[in-house]
Design a protein around this ligand. Structure first.
Ligand SMILES: CSCCC(=O)C(=O)COP(=O)(O)O
Ligand SMILES: [Zn+2]
Length: 203
């Protein structure tokens, strides 16, 4: 497992630099994780700037056990995805301006429906713009185990969903590799921006 942890830590440090450069994780916001094997994952330490991570800031954990001290305050939101979806290899949580704003503005609808954009083809196995992809929006909650239970229950009805929003907070997305999770993050940041800009011109 030491080799898997070292490789996961390298990927997480790199993705933190990439996402921080794009202003997706301001201050100490955001958290990232990578599956190590069927029972273990690596997650970022809590309260550090995610653009300045070092390998010492990446903690290994058992996905069936309580999160270890010092791990992300939102670790439960990563763990349920590894438990519920065996194909998930990486989970990324970002706090970009557009994800916080749009999720706040549209939270009463409980979902964001994205239709007709070519960039939808960057999400999962979708191969056409002629589709609608629904991104659920959950109310924010400081009780993270309760929020994780709520998200887990809702996502069980949506096996193809690759992301969700927490109102006024940010975006969670995941992938079958770190590269796929990163692609989902970047594509969704653009898709959310399309929606926010559309709302502005329709006012
Ligand atoms: C300063 S952002 C508030 C906490 C949060 O939402 C977040 O994503 C970062 O929490 P962590 O414990 O993973 O640093
Ligand atoms: Zn957060």
């Amino acid at each position: 497992m030491a080799t898997a942890l070292a490789e996961a830590a390298r990927e997480i440090v790199q993705v933190g630099q990439f996402l921080s450069l794009r202003n997706f994780v301001p201050a100490t916001s955001g958290n990232f994780s990578r599956r190590l094997d069927a029972r273990h994952a690596a997650v970022t330490r809590s309260g550090v700037d995610k653009g300045e991570l070092t390998e010492a800031d990446i903690l290994a954990l058992d996905i069936l056990a309580p999160p270890p001290p010092g791990s992300s305050a939102e670790t439960h939101l990563h763990l349920h995805l590894y438990r519920d979806r065996p194909h998930v290899q990486a989970v990324l949580h970002t706090h970009s301006m557009v994800s916080a704003l749009l999720s706040q503005l549209r939270q009463a609808e409980r979902e964001l429906r994205l239709t007709g954009y070519e960039l939808l083809k960057a999400l999962g196995d979708n191969r056409t713009h002629e589709t609608t992809i629904s991104i659920p929006i959950f109310p924010n909650d400081q009780d993270i185990p309760r929020l994780a239970a709520r998200v887990s229950e809702d996502l069980a009805k949506r096996p193809d969903t690759v992301a969700y929003l927490i109102a006024g907070h940010g975006l969670y997305t995941w992938g079958r590799s770190m590269a796929e999770a990163r692609r989902h993050t970047v594509a969704l940041e653009h898709l959310l921006t399309y929606e926010l800009e559309t709302m502005k011109v329709r006012r």
